[in-house]
Design a protein around this ligand. Structure first.
Ligand code: SAH
Ligand code: DHB
Ligand code: MG
Length: 225
């Protein structure tokens, strides 16, 4: 038997201390597991970070790419004021259906719209309908498309919009330029695209915890100077 890594214990310490694991989140996770959805949500501590970022930016309009069962959507929506809006994009109708149930049970259905379909199509429609600008964007869909998501959301952003992206470290696999895994190449290209874009200022924080070793990109859209 291997010892539990210390960061797993620290994640539990944080969740306990800040009382992050409430019954709404527990119920949502239980429904996700019963419905057979993969356990790839953000952790409760990362979910609390998302809520904090929504509050800190005073965001009222948020886009999420990749809803799964709505766990991170609940966290993002909890940071919104009552007239705030989260539009969450999900390709899988089963995931979207579970997410809608979780959001309704969380009492957040009034401020979250789960939009079914390929996210790039939905983003093009949002742009066509002049639905922007958005104050915060959370990118957490398929990793191969991260660069395309970045380019598609930028026209929906304003100066000051915060862009957050999950899973950009991949247990350090991003260090390898020759990586064969398209997920790893997807996030490598995404990180490089942020780094070279004069409209963006950002960094990556590494994350360790219950979900292993990964990272979140934290980016602000700014002017060109
Ligand atoms: N944000 C969620 C986890 C998302 S997992 C949370 O932390 O709770 C990634 C999700 O992206 C999956 O549900 C998957 O179905 C969805 N996805 C994959 N490709 C997509 C696409 N092209 N458009 C929209 N969603 C996509
Ligand atoms: C995985 C984790 C994620 O946070 C995600 O968005 C997609 C996949 C994973 O561990 O496979
Ligand atoms: Mg993720």
């Amino acid at each position: 038997m291997t010892a539990e890594p210390v960061w797993t214990s620290v994640d539990e310490y944080i969740a306990d201390l800040f009382r992050l694991r409430d019954s709404v989140l527990e119920d949502a996770l239980r429904r996700c597991r019963q419905a057979g959805l993969p356990a790839i949500e953000v952790s409760v501590a990362q979910g609390a970070l998302l809520e904090v970022l929504v509050r800190a930016t005073a965001a009222k309009r948020v886009i999420e790419i990749g809803t799964l069962g709505g766990f991170s959507a609940i966290c993002l929506a909890r940071g919104l004021p009552s007239d705030g809006v989260l539009i969450s994009l999900e390709i899988d109708p089963h995931h979207a259906a579970i997410a809608r149930m979780n959001l309704a049970d969380a009492g957040l259905a009034d401020r979250v719209e789960v939009v079914e379909g390929p996210a790039l199509d939905s983003l093009a429609r949002l742009l066509g309908e002049e639905c922007g600008p958005f104050d915060l964007v959370f990118i957490d869909g398929d990793k191969q498309s991260y660069v395309a998501y970045l380019q598609a959301v930028l026209p929906l952003c304003r100066e000051g919009t915060m862009i957050v992206a999950d899973n950009v470290v991949q247990e350090g696999a991003v260090l390898d330029p020759e990586a064969a895994d398209p997920t790893v190449q997807g996030v490598r290209h995404f990180n490089a695209a942020i780094a070279i874009d004069p409209r963006l200022r950002g960094t990556v924080i590494q994350t360790v915890g219950l979900k292993g070793h990964d990272g979140m990109a934290l980016v602000v859209v700014s002017g060109n100077d």
